[in-house]
Design a protein around this ligand. Structure first.
Ligand code: SF4
Length: 398
């Protein structure tokens, strides 16, 4: 029996409405459609359950709480029934089960149900604490609804909450961003995730900016916002542990830490990806195609590839560099079989000279400046090699 997997991601593709900046795959939540989707998802759960011994489960989307209370109950109950020993695991202190929510979709009934069935962490897509900015982002909720959601979750017994925010929104000032962060911390979350707004092609946000002739937030303002983010979160007792993530002591997201440390995981649902037995796979994005494949007894995989050891090492370095702990050279060599300066001697020298990384032969880390352009620094570590391609679902067994 191969090793079981400790991390499971479940993707729910529905949202109440499309946000103006969003390029993720999502569809409007319709009850009858969701029923058929859930039946397919249940079959995928059954197909992978035997290989799971999860320490973390993350139900993301889309907006998982756009499902009705009955549908959420059906999904969570099925997970508990199919995954060996999940019933007993959910009560263990180090088990992390996260569900993402959007403030417009969480009722107290749903919150109580999630808690009762074992969910112990909720990630709330707040995004801004200003109604005009929320409107600009095309969010379907107000600031008051964010406060109500946090209150509802606390009343339901949740003690581990993340709030997601976006900064560098056109029209947002540095002072406004600072105020948002202080008000967010006053809501006493255990974790904050903050992302610079990215402008995706062909989104309503971009079209509106073009129509209005409005400018995107410039680089200088964005950097000032990021620096303010570091200062205000530190004052609030939050430690940065990844480029975009901040936590109170012991409240880092263990599910995401596994991604950044290059660990394997199973992903199910349309457009979910996974890393299993060295194979990286991605499910079909379209939920009709997903449902049809499963109803016809086929795996819903769109593509699967096995990276070469060098390419895998490159991917691992690019992810791990995002964490404040950086990359320990000895652990990296144990995990990949490569020494860091064997693969990237020139890059290490160049990036050090540019003041973007610190490298003392034992540990590699981004500098504060490097963290500001982490994606660009990480690209230097990507290795493109010929890959082995398959069309099977690695977690189904083959
Ligand atoms: S809630 Fe999230 S996934 Fe859904 S449309 Fe908005 S940004 Fe996209």
């Amino acid at each position: 029996m191969p090793n079981p997997f400790a991390h499971l991601y479940v993707h729910i593709p529905f949202c109440v409405a499309k946000c103006a900046y969003c390029a993720f795959y999502s569809e409007p939540a319709e009850e009858r459609r969701a029923e058929r989707f859930l039946a397919a998802l249940e079959r995928e759960i059954e197909a992978v359950a035997g290989r799971l011994a999860p320490q973390t489960i993350y139900i993301g989307g889309g907006t998982p709480t756009s499902l009705t209370a009955e549908q959420l109950e059906r999904l969570l109950t099925h997970l508990r029934a199919c995954i060996p020993n999940l019933e007993s695991r959910v009560t263990s202190r180090d088990f992390e089960w996260t569900v993402e929510t959007n403030p417009a979709t969480l009722t107290s009934e749903k919150a109580r149900l999630l808690r009762l069935l074992g969910v112990n962490r909720v990630s709330v897509g707040a995004q801004a604490l200003d109604d005009a900015l929320l409107e600009r982002l095309g969010r379907v909720h107000t600031v008051a609804m964010i406060h109500e959601t946090v209150e509802t979750l606390r009343t339901a017994g949740f003690e581990n909450l993340n709030l997601d925010f976006i900064f560098a929104i056109p029209g947002q000032t540095v002072a406004q961003w600072g105020q948002t962060l202080r008000r967010a911390i006053a809501m006493r979350p255990q974790h904050l995730s903050t992302y610079e707004l990215t402008y995706e092609d062909d989104t309503p946000l971009l079209r509106r900016l073009e129509e209005e002739g409005a400018a995107r937030t410039d680089e200088e303002t964005t950097l000032a916002m990021y620096e303010l983010l570091l200062a205000v979160t530190a004052e609030g007792g939050f430690a940065q542990y990844e480029v975009s993530n901040f936590a109170l002591p012991g409240r880092e997201c263990r599910h995401n830490l596994n991604y950044w440390r290059g660990g394997e995981y199973v992903g199910i649902g349309p457009s979910a990806s996974g890393l299993v037995d060295g194979w990286r796979y991605k499910n079909v994005s379209n939920s009709d195609a997903y449902i049809q494949r499963i109803e016809h007894g086929q795996a819903p995989v769109e593509c699967a590839e096995r990276l070469t050891p060098r390419a895998r090492a490159g991917e691992l370095a690019a992810f791990a560099l995002r964490m404040n702990e950086g990359i320990a050279a000895a652990a990296f060599e144990r995990q990949t079989g490569f020494e860091l300066d064997q693969l990237w001697a020139r890059e290490l020298a160049d990036l050090t000279a540019q003041g973007l990384i610190e490298w003392d032969g034992e540990r590699l880390r981004l500098t504060a400046r490097g963290r500001l352009i982490a994606d660009r620094v990480a690209e230097s570590f990507i290795i493109v090699d010929k890959t082995e391609v398959g069309s099977h679902h690695p977690a189904y067994g083959h």
